[in-house]
Ligand binder design. Structure first.
Ligand SMILES: *Cc1c(COP(=O)(O)O)cnc(C)c1O
Length: 396
């Protein structure tokens, strides 16, 4: 096969299509039985007590900020090497963002980076931090949780890359080290829902707030009603039409149709993961001769990756090239690559808020990183083709 190899792509199979078709011909396209069924499957897969599915990972991040009650007088710590959505979520509720630096080789925020960001915040005393499990590798959550406990920080794990990963003996998503963990089921991630997100938590009150906020902010359980006269009839029973609005929320619901796809895909997570693991192992072997100009991002000791991306670090100057030239040469050979990520503190919107901020770890990671094609349906020959194209450009 000589088609274009993107840096990532979904794997949709016949039974996924059948699951979606069945949902499409059922009675409920929006909030039907498949939403709760998918949430139950997600709890089983992660070991969390509660799972709340929503319309995207970005919606999940926003819901997390709302559920923690962050607002304009609050500050959240976000590592600079992440997708912009992690930082934007804090801004949606008016909170300030303090960017943390990351390890120059793994791109992960460590406990020292978090401490340094807190010290920089001064009197602003952040209420929350959002560790990002970049590329699928988990942050050192035990150490980060210890820092968070000392400073009274609520932790929200951005696990969009890390479904199927582990920290010590804990599956990512069991929420052992944090208040909330969130996932994206965008097609390029571990499993695809089209657009979709999931939050997990072990806190029932937080889960109830998340559910209310994803559905316009509406309170539908009689125990929560305030307007007793309107809510209940003379014999004390809740009126069947009644709902209440304590505060406006959003329509961040996930449809029954997409939850059918999510649940079907979730059943394949282990199989997808083991193929990703095998591809990574093959890349490791085939890329070894390109060291020291190119080497894979080093693996952390405290957990197992969810293998979202296969990033390498390249010394472009030593290879006598630039990242742009390499990406264009690879694209001409039908090999797609991507940069994850441009440090968010360098984006004009955030730069304007902290013009002098320097994060050398984030810069060093960004200067060298490149994500190679990596997804379950890649063949071993595809992997060889990628490595051959890299070698041709870097060693010539
Ligand atoms: C994909 C992603 C998001 C956003 O998820 P969407 O479902 O695309 O909204 C947030 N953070 C990280 C790290 C991501 O990779």
């Amino acid at each position: 096969m000589n088609g274009f190899l993107p840096y990532g792509r979904q794997t949709i199979e016949e039974d996924d299509i059948a699951a979606v078709t069945a949902a499409l011909t059922s009675d409920m396209l929006t909030t039907g039985p498949r939403v709760a069924a998918f949430e139950a499957a997600f709890m089983a897969a992660t070991g969390a007590d509660q799972a709340v599915v929503c319309s995207s990972g970005t919606a999940a991040l926003h819901l997390a900020m709302l559920a923690l009650g962050l607002g304009p007088s609050d500050t959240a710590v976000v590592p600079s090497v992440t997708f912009v959505a992690t930082a934007n979520a804090a801004r949606y509720v008016g909170a300030q963002v303090i960017f943390a630096d990351v390890d120059p080789d793994t791109g992960l925020m460590g406990p020292d980076h978090l401490e340094a960001a807190l010290a920089r915040a001064g009197d602003a005393q952040p209420r929350a931090a959002l560790p990002v499990h970049l590329n699928g590798q988990p942050c050192d959550m035990a150490a980060i949780a210890a820092v968070a406990a000392r400073h009274g920080l609520a932790l929200v794990e951005d696990a969009c890359h890390a479904l199927g990963g582990r920290v010590a003996n804990h599956p990512v998503g069991d929420v052992h080290f944090s208040a909330l963990t969130m996932f994206s089921l965008h097609p390029v991630k571990a499993i695809a829902m089209g657009e979709g997100g999931v939050l997990t938590t072990n806190d029932r009150a937080l889960a109830a707030t998340l559910r209310r906020q994803r559905n316009h902010g509406l309170e539908r359980s009689p125990e929560g009603f305030v307007n007793v006269e309107m809510a209940f009839d003379a014999d004390g029973r809740a009126n069947p039409w009644y709902y209440e609005l304590p505060a406006p929320g959003f329509n961040y619901r996930a449809s029954d149709v997409l939850c059918a796809l999510g649940q079907s895909q979730l059943g394949k997570l282990d199989r997808f993961l083991s193929r990703r693991r095998a591809i990574a192992a093959l890349y490791d072997v085939l890329l070894a001769p390109l060291a020291p100009v190119l080497r894979p991002v080093p693996r952390v000791a405290w957990g197992e990756s969810g293998w979202h991306l296969y990033p390498v670090l390249i010394n472009f100057a030593a290879a006598g090239t630039t990242r742009g030239a390499l990406m264009r040469a690879l694209a001409a050979k039908k090999v797609g690559t991507q940069v994850h990520y441009i440090p968010v503190h360098r984006q004009p919107y955030y730069r304007a808020m902290a013009p002098d901020l320097e994060l050398p770890g984030a810069e060093a990671y960004y200067a060298r990183c490149l994500s190679l094609p990596f997804y379950p349906t890649m063949t071993d020959d595809d992997v060889r083709r990628v490595v051959a194209a890299l070698a041709r450009h870097l060693l010539s």
